[in-house]
Design a protein around this ligand. Structure first.
Ligand SMILES: [Zn+2]
Length: 505
């Protein structure tokens, strides 16, 4: 008995010291849908949103015998843009391969993807690290592939009664981007995904609003510090978990956070971490072990005989990139005088950056604060997107704030009112109408002096205290004026007017 408890204590002690020196190692595989009008190898439309199942199919994307795929040139151009934007080396020759496996979402029996000759290798993307500085996340490779079809399980995915297959997605062009295990926390993973999304949006090759437009597989392990040797090679101590099919940015952060807690508690208890595949259950925010132990599958890759290798290098130089998030961030700082934080936030999403540029004409600094701090916060709170906000209305609100015809506090009240209306009914009144309706026009001039007189008359004691040099009496009177006007007073103006009035007493 005593032996066991002694060894248990010793175990706990060693386990604790190890955990203290551990670090989290995360690598991502991100699949994004390239926003082309037609599929990767046929002319079927990719916009199936309002249509019934299996209405966007043809003999090619169904892989019927005797058909020949043809590469969608625009999809390749989009993929090259992505590879260039991710600072990758685009290979002289890349090739499509067949990945053979049997599954109902793949009626051909193989998926056309890229294997040993991907489009591009060896790039990087800059993100803000957890410590606040900039950090480069290395990109291992970028390749193109077609999406398989979609399975619809009837009667719940746990024990479906039967399963339907929809091939509308079969053949949709995807780009897969694989990172080196350079990320150190779920937050960094989310920052990477946000930056990647922004980059793809700036390139105009991606529509994040489309169903299934982004999927992430994440590799995560907790290793003793110093996991990488001088050459960047990993020395694995513990097993690595692959979390499959995460479909949102928030999901990635949540799934990884859960996995860290789970792995850390296993390490603490001295349990062995096996390399395994787990599924993320978005609704519950947990990962669960795959029911069947996924075997290391042999996909029998071989070059796709129906497609010639792609020779794209000559073409690359002619494909020009638009202004990307980093460049726009730098421009916002020089052109509009934005702080680094504001510039980073405002350029973090293409539509937000465009919105800011539209409304910045009123006053660049005022607009930066109101868009990056106030508006974004209110939108997030309501789970609304920036596209719902009309820039002209926001300009009207900013103008009233700049001219100080309403106070900051009233500005927030108007904004909240308008956003609530937008959320409820899809439209809203003008900011001017809202100000009048809520009676938020600023109390100033005679209006303000009237209120000051009332407050002075109601609190002779405080006035007398002030005259005797008790400074806190002043704040007491300010508070009462604020309360009476429901904050419709410019604090600086109030301080000045009240002081003048009291000193004159
Ligand atoms: Zn087709």
């Amino acid at each position: 008995m005593s032996d066991t408890s002694a060894s248990r204590t010793a175990d706990t002690r060693t386990a604790r010291t190890t955990t203290g020196e551990d670090e989290v190692i995360i690598g991502l595989e991100v699949h994004c849908q390239l926003d082309t009008k037609t599929k990767l190898f046929c002319g079927c439309s990719t916009d199936y949103r309002d249509d019934g199942p299996n209405t966007h199919v043809c003999p090619i994307c169904l892989g019927l015998p005797g058909t020949l795929p043809r590469v969608n040139k625009l999809a390749v151009e989009y993929a090259i843009k992505v590879a260039k934007a991710l600072n990758c080396e685009i290979l002289e020759e890349s090739e499509f391969s067949r990945k053979n496996y049997f599954y109902p979402d793949l009626d051909k029996g193989y998926q056309i993807t890229q294997y040993d000759k991907p489009l591009a290798v060896g790039g990087w993307l800059e993100i803000e690290s957890d410590e606040g500085g900039e950090k480069l996340v290395r990109i291992t490779r970028v390749h193109m592939e077609e999406d398989p079809g979609r399975l619809v399980h009837k009667g719940g995915s746990d024990r479906p009664k039967y399963t339907l297959v929809d091939y509308n997605r079969a053949g949709i062009p995807l780009i897969e981007m694989v990172t080196e295990p350079d990320l150190r926390s779920p937050k960094e993973a989310r920052k990477f995904l946000n930056k990647l999304r922004a980059t793809l949006e700036y390139l105009r090759v991606f529509d994040s609003e489309k169903e299934g437009s982004l999927r992430v597989d994440a590799n995560i392990s907790i290793q003793p510090k110093g996991y990488f040797d001088a050459h960047g090679k990993g020395m694995k101590e513990r097993g690595r978990v692959e979390i499959k099919n995460i479909s949102s940015y928030k999901g990635a952060e949540k799934g990884l956070t859960f996995e860290i807690t789970r792995q850390k508690s296993m390490i603490r208890r001295g349990q062995k971490l096996e390399t395994e595949t787990r599924h993320f259950v978005e609704a519950r925010g947990v990962t669960t072990a795959s029911r069947s132990k996924e075997m290391e599958q042999d996909y029998r890759y071989f070059p796709e005989p129906d497609l010639r290798p792609l020779q794209v290098r000559f073409w690359c130089d002619r494909i020009l990139l638009p202004e990307l998030p980093d460049a726009r961030r730098a421009r916002f700082m020089t052109q509009y005088g934005c702080s680094l934080d504001h510039a980073r936030t405002l350029t973090g999403e293409l539509r937000l950056a465009e919105f800011y540029e539209k409304v910045s004409s009123v006053d660049a600094a005022l607009a930066a604060t109101w868009v990056a701090d106030t508006l974004l916060g209110e939108l997030n709170y309501r789970d609304m997107s920036i596209v719902t906000v009309n820039p002209d209305q926001f300009i009207a609100l900013l103008t009233m704030l700049r001219d100080r015809s309403i106070t900051d506090k009233s500005g927030v009240e108007v904004l909240r009112n308008l956003l609530d209306q937008l959320k409820d009914s899809g439209c809203c009144e003008s900011p001017e109408v809202c100000v009048t309706r809520l009676n938020l026009t600023k109390a100033e001039g005679e209006g303000l002096s009237g209120v000051i007189e009332e407050v002075i008359a109601e609190h002779p004691r405080a006035v007398a205290d002030y005259a005797e040099g008790k400074k806190e009496a002043f704040n007491f009177l300010v508070g009462h004026v604020m309360r009476k006007t429901r904050g419709r007073v410019d604090p600086v103006e109030l301080n000045r007017a009240l002081k003048e009035r009291l000193e004159g007493v």
